[in-house]
Design a protein around this ligand. Sequence first.
Ligand code: GLP
Length: 249
Amino acid sequence: MDVSWVNGSAELADKAAQVLLRLLEDKPDATIALPTGNTPLGLYHHLRALHAAGRLHCTQARFFNLDDFVGKAVDDPQSYGAFLWRHVFRPLDIKSEQVRLLRGDASDTGAECRSFDEAIADAGGLDLAILGLGANGHVAFNEPGSARDSPTREVSLTDETRHAQQGLYKRVSDVPLRGLTMGLRTIRDARQILLLVSGAAKADALQRFLARKEDMNWPVTALADHPRLHVIADKSLASRSSGSDDPRS
Ligand code: GLP
């Protein structure tokens, strides 16, 4: 595991963008999974600036999301799909043929999840999964208790996770009770994982992760033994996150 400690969201965004740029340089038709949430907003801002400057080329890349809310269609502004179209795909001129999103409004969610995993496999697997981190250790919507070999599936959302959605929903009671999530197995199968961590609420989850002791109650710990894992975390979380990676370096 490679850990980079950064000073604030601009540095986090810059470092994360470098990973993406390097990948696209090596492999213009790379397959990439993108997160939603506050953490990647700086990265997406940075990518838009690079695109405007003609320094980001992703006309051949293929994109997947990590999760969405059950019942929410991609044209619903409260869906994660709409978030990605708003912040990433539309501004970067990415075409709908390049994008496969988990559809929260699918009538048969089981079939939708299976077809999503098949689409990733048909695309040759994920080259890069970019992830945020939930305060309870969730990645995508893999909530505590998720098995490390879980496929993409429908899940119940915890109250904590539903409370953390105020960016998209005014009232917690409006947040759907269930979600669709890329499974931990699907994420672990990615050739490279980039985990972005910022926000004081993430300190405990980050600490558990850096301790590298797998614990189903902290789903992110299932990723710790991935052969190509890069963590970019805000330095302000370092004092509370023990582990062998020295945050002062
Ligand atoms: C949600 C998403 C996750 C995301 C997490 C962290 O629960 N399902 O994919 O990583 O929020 O969000 P934030 O970056 O806003 O803290």
